[in-house]
Design a protein around this ligand. Sequence first.
Ligand code: A2P
Length: 316
Amino acid sequence: MKHYDLAGGGSIPALGLGTWKSQPGEVGPVIREAIRIGYRHFDCARAYMNEAEIGEAFKAAIADGDVTREELFVTSKLWNDSHKEADVRPAIEKTIGDLQFDYVDLYLMHWPVALRPGAFFPQSPSDLVSLDEIPLIETWRAMEACQKAGLAKHIGVSNFNAQKIDDLADQAEVPIAANQVEMHPYLAQDDLVSRCAARGVHMTAYSPLGSPDRPDTLRKSGDPDLLAHPVIGGIASKHSVTSAQVLLAWAVNRGTSVIPKSVNPERLKQNFAAALLALDDADVAAIAEIDAGYRYIDGAFWAQEGSPYTVEDLWG
Ligand code: A2P
């Protein structure tokens, strides 16, 4: 598996397994199977509410000799209700405890959005806390302290736009190792990719297949079906691979890591193999034509009426 270097040393495997939407009872066996296939990079988060089961699976895989802790690269994320300085360390400790590790490889601020403690998702505007009240740098300083204490090898962010990356990078003592955002041919994010590269921030693509199993609350009428796009299908036929493999190869070929979610053994294998697929210049040029700046996960849930957040501020 190809790796990409991270600021501060070390590297991240180019393709990992996403665990958002992997259900309790289902995710443990999937982790075991993915490790057997060869996956070493796993993308987790407190908010996915499955870290304890994932931790059991890692523990069993290590005990059975399938893998060592050092061979794994595991990411987790700080949820929005734990942005206050005093809440960051307990949050990462809870995640590390659930995963049954001593550290995570990468710990990300999940969103540049704060919620009041205990609010999982905003039920009313009073659940949302403005960034004037809890500035991103307060949260980042607390994450830096966790990194220095050895709880995370690297720290980074998720869902940050270029301006937020620049502002944070100007103040950061520990470098921002990664920015994980939605990225696929409908949302190529070329500008963000180059602005992050200029800051030494590695990028990871989430929802690389267009998140076809996203919850109904995140569906909008007229959402396009990325896996069914004829240009992607044509390139897939040309290389005798699947459309999903073309989408994943596109991400890896442009220097971003990618974390497709699957709970199906055949698709796990297929997705893992996609990291080896080379696209040619004609493929890359044809895929570039698809970019429409289209977000499946548009963040509107943070921007309800009365919220201190707007979708425009979020994405810039
Ligand atoms: P499943 O978990 O049943 O394999 P994303 O990573 O963009 O969030 O997309 C995840 C969705 O894409 C899930 O519904 C997953 O279904 C499906 N999926 C994962 N891999 C493939 C593949 N190779 N071909 C088609 N669908 C896939």
